[in-house]
Write a protein of this length. Structure first.
Length: 287
C-alpha cells in the first residue's frame, strides 16, 4: 500500500540548535497518528518538514509517493497550522471554495459550516473575527475538498467543548472513510478519541512509537482509588483533599487482598487503567 507519509532519517538544524535528528515517520491511509512531545521537542518543526513548508537538511519525505513540498504533495493535503492568519477582506465562503478547488472538488460548505458553527460567519469579512472564529475557519480548511491527508497542529486549543467534540467526530469520520491524519494536541482525551497510533518526539528524536493498545499492554498498571475509614497502613499514600487515596499497581487484586488481610476498612473502591498521559510518562521514563 502506498503510504500517505513515508519519511526516513529526517534532520533539521537552526544554527547550532538541532530541532529534528534521525526521525522516521510513516502514516497509512485510513490511519490517524498522534504526534506527542513536550514543548520544544521538535513537533512543529517536524510538521513543517512533512508539509513542505521547510526543507529537511537530511532525509527524505514522500507524500503518497511524491516529494514533500511538490505540487502533487500539496494538492493531496489539507492543513491547519498551529497559528493561522488570513487576508482581512476575505470571507470563509471564499476560503472554503479556494481550498476545495485545489483538490478538484466541489466545496462541501454546508457540512463544514454546521460542524464548526460557521453559518452566521460564512459571508463576513474576516477582519473582525475573534481568535476562536479564525481557529474554527482554519479547522474547516483542513477538510475542504476531502484531501487524502489532513495535518492538524493543536487543532482545538482555545476552543469550547462543543467545537472540540465536533472536530473529534469529523476527524473520526474522515479517517474511517480512508483519510490519513497527522495530529498534534495537548488534549489527551482528543488523542485517545481520534488516533490509532502514537509517536513521541523528545529533543528532536523519536523516543516512542506504537498503538495505544500496544502501549497499554506494555504498561499493565491500573490506578486504584479508595476511601479509608479509620487508621491507614503506612504503605498507602496520604489522602487528597477529597479524602480519596490514589495509588498505581500492576496487580490490583493483590492490593485489595492485602487491605482485607490487614483489616483496613475501606469503601468506594475504583480501579481504572492508566490514562494516556500517565502511560506515556511511565514509558518515557523507561526509555
Amino acid at each position: 500500500m502506498l503510504q500517505a507519509i513515508e519519511a526516513r532519517g529526517l534532520a533539521k538544524r537552526f544554527g547550532a540548535v538541532t530541532a529534528v535528528e534521525g526521525v522516521d515517520l510513516t502514516l497509512a491511509p485510513g490511519e490517524a497518528l498522534g504526534l506527542l512531545g513536550p514543548n520544544g521537542a521538535g513537533k512543529s518543526t517536524l510538521l513543517s518538514l512533512v508539509t513542505g513548508l521547510r526543507p529537511a537538511d537530511r532525509g527524505e519525505i514522500r507524500i503518497f509517493g511524491h516529494p514533500a513540498g511538490s505540487e502533487a504533495a500539496r494538492k493531496s493535503m489539507g492543513l491547519t497550522p498551529q497559528s493561522a492568519a488570513f487576508p482581512p477582506q476575505i470571507t470563509p465562503r471564499e476560503l472554503i471554495a479556494y481550498a476545495s478547488a485545489r483538490h478538484g472538488k466541489r466545496p462541501d460548505t454546508d457540512r463544514l459550516l454546521t460542524a464548526f458553527g460557521l453559518q452566521r460567519l460564512i459571508d463576513r469579512r474576516m477582519a473582525g473575527f475573534s481568535g476562536g472564529e479564525v481557529r474554527r475557519v482554519a479547522l474547516a480548511l483542513a477538510f475542504c475538498g476531502a484531501p487524502r491527508l489532513a495535518v492538524v497542529d493543536e487543532p482545538t486549543t482555545g476552543l469550547d467543548a462543543a467545537t472540540q467534540e465536533a472536530f473529534q467526530s469529523l476527524a473520526r469520520d474522515y479517517v474511517a472513510s480512508g483519510g490519513a491524519m497527522l495530529l498534534t494536541s495537548h488534549h489527551w482525551d482528543e488523542i485517545e478519541a481520534i488516533c490509532d497510533r502514537l509517536t513521541m518526539i523528545d529533543r528532536g528524536q523519536r523516543v516512542l512509537d506504537g498503538t495505544l493498545a500496544e502501549m497499554r499492554a506494555t504498561m499493565r498498571i491500573n490506578r486504584i482509588s479508595l476511601v479509608v475509614d479509620g487508621a491507614a497502613p503506612d504503605w498507602l499514600p496520604a489522602p487528597d483533599t477529597d479524602g480519596r487515596r490514589h495509588l498505581e499497581s500492576a496487580d490490583s487484586d493483590a492490593v485489595v487482598t492485602r487491605l482485607v488481610r490487614e483489616g483496613v476498612g475501606f469503601r468506594d473502591l475504583l480501579i481504572h487503567p492508566l490514562a494516556l498521559k500517565d502511560i506515556l510518562a511511565h514509558l518515557r521514563h523507561e526509555v
